[in-house]
Design a protein around this ligand. Structure first.
Ligand SMILES: [Zn+2]
Length: 304
């Protein structure tokens, strides 16, 4: 049987299997992703028009799973901000499902829980990252230090100022603001480590792992988009500088944004503004629907 023909059928033809999931997919008009072959990602780009407005465009790309890594940024077991911690708990289960499906397709999974990799000392995933042969990077890795790791700061040559003010660190709790006292000790246990995964928060180790496998495509997800998902040494800015094809899984992220700060929008609109910033200045985005066939993830507190 020619599998490539089979998987390219429109989803409406799949009802013959009488599968409830297929019926849901058709009802919600979400194209079912193929279970094999390349990942079909609907990448959303944002471009500036000559009149200074921005427009979005979409392009479907086929990424070979064995040339693709999915990096999970800072999905810690706890957070100094109670509402941020609550949202990580809520997102972790759905994200783990996405990770499982991506892994099952052959995507290389890198867990990147910054500053708590010692928790994983002597695990096969941590050792794999440390043992990957050194590979020289095409450009120098960031060396500026922030929060104990190398950091790629906002780059005025490459981007506008962030559309949200996170200078207060972005506690989104109503009423009393949370004291900034980092409590994280590991990655949240909901996200499973499989034997073939790797675990690192180090830019050079990440590069070594990618080069060892000939990986050219990098998907970023996790938290928080306005800080670590952009700035960490394994994250979006650094991967773009290194020449990778980078994409943000935009429903599997969150921001540190306090709605009482400019521009004074609700927390989730603030996140959408940062996603738009990333799409305009750094890399396109897609939703987990392209991997799971399920509706994109949405936080319960997002009542827009
Ligand atoms: Zn808080």
């Amino acid at each position: 049987m020619n599998l490539s023909k089979q998987v390219s059928r429109p989803s409406s033809l799949r009802l013959s299997g009488c599968c409830f999931a297929s019926a849901v997919i058709v009802l919600m008009n979400i194209p079912a992703p193929a279970a094999e072959g390349p990942l079909q990602l609907h990448l959303r780009f944002r471009n500036a028009t000559p009149r200074g407005e921005t427009t979005t465009s979409e392009k479907t790309v086929a990424w070979e799973p064995n040339k693709t890594a999915l990096i999970i940024c800072d999905m810690w077991d706890d957070h100094w901000c109670k509402s941020a911690a609550r949202r990580v708990v809520e997102m972790a289960g759905p994200l783990n499902e996405v990770v499982k499906q991506a892994r099952g397709r052959g995507v290389f999974i890198i867990h990147a829980p910054s500053s708590v990799t010692a928790f994983y000392k002597d695990t096969p995933q941590r050792r794999r990252a440390q043992a990957a042969p050194f590979a020289k990077t095409p450009v120098a890795l960031a060396t500026v230090e922030r929060w104990g790791t190398a950091w790629c700061w906002t780059d005025p040559k490459h981007e506008a100022v962030l559309p949200i003010d996170d200078s207060d660190m972005g506690c989104s709790c109503e009423g009393t603001k949370c004291p900034i006292n980092p409590p994280w000790t590991r990655q949240i246990a909901t996200i499973e480590l499989a034997p073939q995964d790797a675990l690192t928060d180090n830019g050079q180790e990440t590069w070594n792992l990618l080069r060892e496998r000939g990986i050219t495509n990098v998907i970023l997800c996790g938290v928080h988009l306005n800080m670590c998902v952009l700035g960490r040494p394994f994250a979006i800015r650094q991967q773009v500088y290194l020449g990778m094809n980078v994409a943000l899984m935009r429903d599997m992220t969150d921001t540190m944004y306090n709605p009482e700060r400019p521009p004074g929008v609700d927390h989730f609109t603030g996140t959408d503004l940062v996603i738009a910033h990333v799409e305009r200045h750094w890399c396109p985005s897609f939703t987990s629907t392209d991997i799971t066939g399920k509706p994109a993830f949405k936080f319960r507190e997002d009542r827009r």
